[in-house]
Design a protein around this ligand. Structure first.
Ligand SMILES: *Cc1c(COP(=O)(O)O)cnc(C)c1O
Length: 388
């Protein structure tokens, strides 16, 4: 993959905009035509032309081309959030009476989409432990139309053997969609392994600056056209041109951010695994991870997410630890330039309005490693451990 060409040049038709090096923000809802014939042609191909910004916008189109190329996909649609991208991809593949097989611990709103929203419309979902491929085969029935994957997931990092699941699905005419937000297109290529649709929360690493909420959905031109004509245009959860422009800027540094994040995460992981206050570190790359072989085969590099289980007497001690962090900002989300800490107990309390990830203990704290110097982060963790 000629990464720098994709990130610096692909989709950027500079002679059309005065040679400007940064692309223009085409802040227009509509595009006018010189003739009825031209308008008719535009309507016939709303995805490939410019008619209305709920369909295709020139600034967003630059981003679509770059993300598709990074994923090795024929086409990509951008959305106003990762949740919208996943929703559109799933809705394009199922109808009332269909059955879906999904991994046991998907992103919480992916579970809500399948279980609550689509459940109301007669779509049934079986949630299975995706670490064993045989569980997918066992859950498939005559009505199964879609398998929903997330490898690794973003809290405990279970993975699926994507090539094996894709082969099972293809043999039965079942579609597959994989959330690839954790790995980024740089560290995992689901489409090359036979997966049909790849969804991203572009809010995370792709944008990387905690200033845009966005989603992406990649696949074949035919499948993306189906999504475009159906849920994309109908649900209307578009990415605005200005947000697309910010995302193009964020994306330009993806490889260098991921390199730095991987190096720092390796150091923080080694520190945490050796620390007496840490009972367990969850990471695809942690020693002792039973799926280490799959990590090695399927992921070409590390991302910056890891989750720790502390030796703590109670939740209050975990609160003291988190409250003591000064360089890790305490909040949801991940994938930005800044390091973050996410205490599960702050959000997924028993009476919380959100869905607790299935079977995830409340004692976990997820860390997202950013671009700070590794020593600064390790020193911050060390001083917070002293408060346990
Ligand atoms: C954040 C996240 C999403 C949802 O993305 P939004 O941009 O917040 O809508 C989906 N999947 C994973 C793994 C995520 O972490």
């Amino acid at each position: 993959m000629d990464l720098s060409w994709i990130l610096n040049h692909l989709g950027e038709d500079r002679e059309r905009y005065f040679g400007a090096v940064a692309p223009p923000i085409v802040q227009s809802s509509i595009f006018a035509f010189p003739s009825v014939a031209a308008m008719r042609a535009g309507f016939r191909d709303q995805l490939g032309s410019h008619v209305y910004t709920r369909g295709n916008n020139p600034t967003v189109e630059i981003l679509r081309k770059k993300v598709a190329a990074l994923e090795g996909a024929e086409d990509c649609l951008m959305f106003g959030s990762g949740a919208a991208a996943m929703s559109a991809g799933v809705i394009a593949c199922v109808t009332g009476g269909d059955h879906v097989v999904c991994v046991a611990r998907p992103y919480s709103w992916t579970r809500a989409l399948l279980q609550d929203l689509l459940g109301r419309f007669g779509v049934a979902t079986s949630f299975v432990d995706g670490t064993d491929v045989a569980n997918f085969e066992a859950a498939i029935n005559d009505r199964t139309r879609l398998i929903v994957l997330e490898s690794p997931n973003s809290m405990t990092f279970e993975q699926q053997d994507l090539a094996a699941v894709a082969a099972i699905a293809r043999a039965r005419g079942i579609r597959t969609i994989c959330d690839n937000s954790y790995a980024t297109p740089l560290n995992q290529s689901p489409i090359a392994l036979g997966i049909d649709l790849v969804a991203h929360s572009a809010t995370k690493y792709l944008n990387g600056h905690s200033d845009v909420v966005a989603g992406a959905l990649c696949g074949t031109a035919a499948l993306i056209r189906d999504v475009f004509r159906g849920p994309y245009m109908t649900l209307g959860a578009i990415l605005a041109p200005h947000d697309a422009w910010l995302m193009i800027r964020g994306l330009r540094t993806l490889p260098i951010r991921m390199q730095r994040i991987a190096a720092t995460t390796g150091k923080v992981l080694a520190f945490l695994q050796a620390h007496p206050r840490v009972r367990r570190v969850y990471s695809p790359h942690a020693s002792g991870n039973p799926q280490w072989g799959l990590s090695d085969r399927q992921l070409s590099g590390a991302s910056g997410l890891l989750t720790i289980e502390l030796h703590a007497p109670d939740i209050a001690a975990i609160e003291r630890f988190c409250d003591g962090l000064t360089r890790f900002l305490m909040t949801v989300s991940w994938g930005g330039y800044e390091s973050l800490a996410f205490p599960v107990c702050a959000v997924f309390a028993a009476d919380a309005p959100m869905h607790p990830p299935h079977g995830v203990p409340l004692t976990l704290v997820r860390l997202s490693i950013g671009l700070e110097e590794p020593d600064v982060l390790i020193a911050d963790l060390e001083s917070a451990f002293a408060r346990l």
